[in-house]
Write a protein that binds this ligand. Structure first.
Ligand code: WTA
Length: 647
């Protein structure tokens, strides 16, 4: 490795922090010495109706596989995010909403948010939603998204938020998988000045979801949308006939809170299930530690609530910690590339958390749009979702943060509920591109392909040898798949699917996925999903999809497509396939490169050799490896000769 610049902990951070370096190390020691005491204290940050006495009950082994945290505790998530703040912080702003249109923003106090959540909870009850029922939420980034999530939590319904960029087909698959009876959506969404036809997408999806009996429609743009009598209702017509008080449902800590679908290396997206007590404790604990958060500070996480980052760091973590959280409807470059920083100035944002892809896109626009703003309110910066390249990190640090703000590079996954590895601003010296060290209680381990444990400074596959409260509990409806996906590769351990390097200081550097998952602009996609969309097209005989390094998106989508023999390769079919994938999955899944391939490299047993396809897509031809075992080695020559132009 070349010299890595190290950024020491600023003295004022060490002084003010919840945990300075000594306290961090003490916490790590305490988890070893007294795990029950440590995890009991983590639970104390929540308000319980019945405080748990069973703290941790976990086995990752096949014979008695189970994961339970705080298993006899009783609580309600919405009480923890709302009611308990009312006495002292009822008039504090809970949510600042910044609309897509930069002239519009509104604020909601904790009192107002509480009343809105109760109303929506009562509306859901009136529509027959009961504890344990699933509710699908397909909304733009408006306060009602948080209201809908919390309303479900209040009555014990399990929400499944579907990102507004997903297609009707993707919505339908997610509704069917968890058997939602009710969908909450909006007439339309607005992003970067463009309309997203949310209600029309839901209508299309529901053609294959006969189980949905009710659709609640929030008016966002006031556009006229078709309404199916008996099934579809405008929220504005329902909300005034119910009370703004609603008793919270007492929930067991292990009762489900939400399902969130995420892509894996095989098959259709998995319904990642998170439960009530452990998830909220971990979201709240990590939000406080990683951002060194104190109640009332203005916190902005730019993620959409359709992804896990939005769940844990727009809604649950911040609100559990009595934050003022910003909900932003728009995009980083609308109307101009100064937008993020203007919003920070307007709302005096103190902690700003975004994705490397956004940083890289803004970096490309130069320093001027940043320097046109003040940003004096910002004290701390964060990143999440994909590895950040040191150039982008340094630009973020130097230009956006004026070398004043530490950067927390938080590594985690939908499955982990909230952050597992990250610097703590008052405890950890920073190295650009490294997520540094595990949080107290988190036990990473590197192993080789055979599962041999690797020590010292080395590269390997990243596992976790023990549980933490925010760990997912199952794949909805398929517990066997949960075990097989995460616990069977390296018995007794949770396998993350990520590769990582550990350096001589024990810092971790995530190198990216080692499975067939790709990370495109921070959006997680399974190559298998894109392949299955492609072969759904009439003209396609076979398809293989891999990722390749992309300057802005992190990874781009490279598709090898074998057309049916009666279909001629052409630019028009290429455009058609792009459009097809957009329609099948969603616009963010549109292929970057489509290469027509008369054949794919396969072993004699018919297995596609993805390693070769990855190398060609990466333009790394020096290292194609042994192709002699291929059924038809000549295929590779054709792929190399005709390799696609990357966008
Ligand atoms: C990647 C998003 C490097 C990683 C919270 C992981 C990261 C996947 C980082 C999960 C980071 C997330 N540095 N890589 N700080 N954060 N990743 O489920 O490959 O959408 O496995 O959760 O994103 O993506 P997911």
């Amino acid at each position: 490795m070349s010299e890595v610049e190290v950024f020491p902990v600023p003295a004022e951070w060490a002084k003010r922090a919840h945990l300075d370096q000594a306290a961090y190390e003490a916490a790590c020691r305490r988890v070893e010495a007294d795990p029950t005491g440590f995890w009991t204290d983590v639970a104390r940050r929540l308000d319980w109706m019945t405080f748990p006495t069973e703290i941790k009950d976990v086995s990752f082994n096949k014979e008695d596989f189970h994961i339970r945290w705080y298993g006899d505790g009783i609580l309600n998530v919405s009480v923890n995010c709302l009611d308990r703040h009312l006495a002292t912080r009822g008039d504090q702003t809970a949510i600042i909403w910044e609309a897509d249109d930069p002239h519009i923003s509104t604020k909601l106090t904790y009192k107002e948010l509480h009343a809105r959540v109760c109303r929506m909870a009562n509306v859901l009850k009136a529509k027959g939603v009961r504890k344990g029922d699933r509710v699908t939420i397909y909304l733009p980034m408006i306060p009602d998204a948080a209201v809908a999530m919390l309303a479900c939590a209040r009555i014990g319904a399990v929400h499944s938020v579907v990102f507004g960029g997903f297609s009707p087909d993707s919505i339908a698959g997610r509704i069917q998988d968890c058997d939602s009876k009710l969908v909450i959506t909006a007439d339309e969404g607005l992003r970067g000045g463009k309309v997203v036809p949310l209600k029309l997408n839901v209508d299309e999806a529901l053609k294959t979801c006969p189980g949905v009996t009710d659709v609640i429609v929030i008016r966002r743009t006031q556009a006229e949308v078709p309404m199916t009598a008996g099934r579809d209702h405008f929220y504005s017509d329902l909300k005034d006939s119910v009370s703004d008080r609603c008793d919270p449902e007492p929930m067991n800590a292990e009762d489900p809170l939400f399902i969130l679908y995420t892509s894996g290396s095989t098959g259709k997206p998995k319904g990642v299930l998170h439960t009530t007590g452990g998830y909220l404790a971990w979201a709240s604990y990590t939000h406080e530690l990683v951002f060194d958060y104190r109640p009332g500070e203005v916190f902005w996480c730019t993620a959409d609530v359709g992804w896990v980052t939005g769940h844990s760091y727009v809604v649950y973590g911040p609100l559990a910690n009595a934050a003022t959280t910003v909900i932003f409807e728009g995009v980083p470059n609308y109307p101009t590339s100064s937008r993020f920083w203007e919003v920070c100035d307007r709302h005096q944002v103190e902690i700003f958390y975004t994705a490397p892809t956004a940083i890289r896109a803004l970096m490309r626009e130069g320093d001027a749009p940043v320097k046109a703003t003040s940003r004096k309110s910002i004290r701390l910066l964060g990143t999440v979702g994909e590895p950040i390249n040191p150039e982008a990190w340094l630009w973020y640090h130097r230009v956006v943060g004026e070398e004043r703000c530490p950067i927390v590079d938080t590594w985690w996954q939908t499955e982990t509920g909230a952050t597992l590895m990250s610097p703590l601003p008052g405890a950890t010296a920073l190295k650009p591109g490294s997520c540094t060290k595990p949080l107290p209680g988190v036990k990473p381990q590197l192993v080789d392909a055979d599962g041999k444990v690797l020590e010292g400074a080395i590269n390997g596959n990243l596992c976790l040898t023990d549980s933490w409260p925010g760990q997912m509990r199952t794949v909805y409806g398929d517990h066997q798949r949960f075990f097989d996906t995460y616990f069977s590769t390296y018995p007794g351990k949770y396998f993350t699917g990520d590769g990582a390097r550990r350096d001589e200081d024990g810092y971790y550097w995530i190198t990216g996925r080692v499975d067939d998952v790709i990370n495109v602009s921070g959006h997680r996609l399974g190559t298998a999903e894109i392949e299955s969309a492609l072969v759904g097209h009439d003209g396609v005989a076979e398809a293989a999809v891999v990722g390749y390094p992309h300057e802005i998106k992190g990874q781009g989508i490279y598709c090898y497509v074998t057309l049916r023999t009666d279909v001629e390769p052409s630019d028009s079919i290429r455009a058609d396939l792009r459009q097809w994938v957009r329609r099948e999955i969603g616009p963010f899944a549109a292929p970057d490169v489509i290469q027509f391939a008369p054949g794919l490299p396969k072993t004699r047993s018919g297995k596609i050799m993805r390693r070769i396809l990855r190398k060609i897509a990466e333009d790394d031809l020096s290292n194609l490896g042994d192709t002699s075992t291929l059924a038809d080695p000549a295929v590779v020559d054709d792929l190399v000769k005709n390799r696609g132009h990357r966008r």
